[in-house]
Design a protein around this ligand. Structure first.
Ligand code: GDP
Length: 442
């Protein structure tokens, strides 16, 4: 969907997810990639600038919530700001009165007739009885088109190609379909002058008294959607908007963001020419798909669950201030164990699936081995790892059925980690284990 926009955004997110270090430079690079993609999709430059500033401010100043790595934090910020760009919450079409009257508006060619067919089917399949009234006196074929489009769907269509009076048609249609749950009114999309068209809208609106006026906008016009929506809004109360032709449209991002900016809710989007190509528009779902985020959300939830359960404020403070003992490290390893096979976790992160197989396999085994080794240590050794020297190493190795080298590796890893956290800050912690540690550190 949305052609290149989706492709370039998900590429950016994958790149971000695959990075070991996430610092200021990375944040700026990610923002630049996003800017480029959005501008190519005809998103208004001012909106792009506003979005970039928000991402930058939040990424550089906001503390990541507990249990979330800096990288995940930035992915989340990008996601949240993108969701805001297209309207935040899903706005449902709720049929709360009968007959629920919907007036469809839109310029000719916007996809209005097609979308009426799609929406009628959508509602019929949800159990509502639906009548469609064709008031388009300028295009006699519109009536035929509607009938064809809704054929076999148990949807009634009212029209009269001989009648040239749109308001009269609306009145008669209204009478005809009094018993339906929903009546959809198709209106003409073309007039000699735009002013005439808008006048007719007003007259029709007076007769139909719609519960909802839906404006259909062609997504391929990009940010011009803003002017179009504003012009219609002056003539009638637009309740909501349907943006069509988002399948493969290069400018769809521009259209969606422009409409969201003026505060008109987008309730559906058209994603193809077939009658089933209508989707309820949910900004959150839409953006996560656009960013190719896959199961990121469930991963984040998993991380949050585990960390809330297991990390006490105390141990977190200890870790962050550099008072990092082997006991703290053991807590982390145990959490990794609870999260399930590492490879599975990594697969949930975009881009992480491509990690060399050996890297994650090695890490999983290493964690297990390190846990076994730590089981053979005394409390004192876990609290003060510095006392572990030659004879203790030999004893621990024997006790855990491992080699002296394994114990030394563990101690080496512990020292590097402790130093990295204290001195360099956790963002600079490298290597596959560092990558893992960051999953669990703030
Ligand atoms: P109207 O003049 O506004 O009633 O527009 P129509 O419903 O006749 O549609 C105009 C053209 O746009 C037709 O060829 C439709 O098949 C096409 N169309 C409508 N919606 C979509 C959509 O979501 N995706 C694509 N690709 N084409 C669409």
């Amino acid at each position: 969907m949305l052609g290149n926009l989706g492709r370039s955004l998900s590429k950016t997110m994958k790149k971000l997810a695959g990075m070991t270090i996430v610092d200021e430079e990375v944040v700026r690079e990610v923002i630049k990639d996003i800017q480029r993609a959005l501008i190519q999709s005809d998103v208004n430059v001012k909106l792009v600038f506003k979005l970039s500033k928000s991402i930058e401010n939040r990424a550089l100043n906001e503390e990541p919530p507990r249990g979330i790595t800096p990288k995940e934090h930035i992915i989340r910020i990008v996601y949240e700001e993108m969701v805001k760009l297209v309207g935040e919450k899903a706005q449902e079409l709720s049929i709360d009165e009968k007959p629920y009257r919907i007036l469809f508006l839109g310029l000719q060619g916007s996809g209005k007739t097609t979308t009426i067919g799609k929406l009628a089917r959508h509602l019929r399949r949800r159990g509502f009885t639906v009548g469609v009234v064709c008031t388009d006196t300028w295009r006699p074929a519109a009536f035929e088109q509607l009938k064809q489009y809704t054929e076999g769907q148990d949807i009634d269509v009212y029209g009269d190609p001989q009648n040239r009076d749109a308001v009269d048609l609306a009145r008669k249609g209204l009478e005809e379909f009094q018993k339906k749950d929903v009546i959809i009114f198709d209106t003409a999309g073309r007039h000699k002058e735009e002013k005439d068209l808008l006048n007719e809208m007003e007259e029709l609106s007076d007769v139909v008294k719609p519960h909802e006026a839906i404006l259909v906008i062609d997504g391929t016009i990009g940010q011009q959607a803003r002017e179009q929506a504003l012009a219609f809004r002056e003539a009638t109360d637009i309740g909501s908007i349907i943006v069509t032709k988002l399948d493969g449209s290069a400018k769809g991002g521009g259209a969606l963001s422009a409409v969201a900016e003026i505060g008109a809710p987008i309730k559906f989007i058209g994603t193809g020419e077939r009658i089933e190509d209508l989707e309820v528009f949910d900004p959150e779902r839409f953006i996560s798909r656009l960013l190719g985020m896959g199961d990121l959300r469930s991963l984040l939830e998993k991380v949050e669950e585990v960390s809330e359960e297991d990390i006490s404020e105390e141990s977190l403070d200890a870790i962050l201030s550099g008072r990092f003992t082997l006991k703290d490290m053991r807590v982390q390893f145990e959490m990794m164990g609870k999260m399930g096979p590492l490879q599975q976790i990594m697969k949930m992160l975009p881009g992480m699936g491509k990690l060399p197989k050996d890297a994650s396999k090695m890490t999983e085994e290493t964690i297990k081995r390190y846990l076994i080794i730590m089981d053979s240590m005394t409390d004192e050794e876990l609290e003060k790892p510095d006392i572990i020297k030659h004879s203790r190493i030999r004893r621990i190795a024997r006790g855990s059925g491992t080699r002296n080298e394994d114990v030394k590796d563990l101690l080496k890893y512990y020292k590097v980690t402790k130093k990295a956290m204290k001195g360099l800050g956790r963002r600079k912690l490298g290597g596959p284990m560092g990558q893992l540690m960051r999953q669990f550190m703030r």
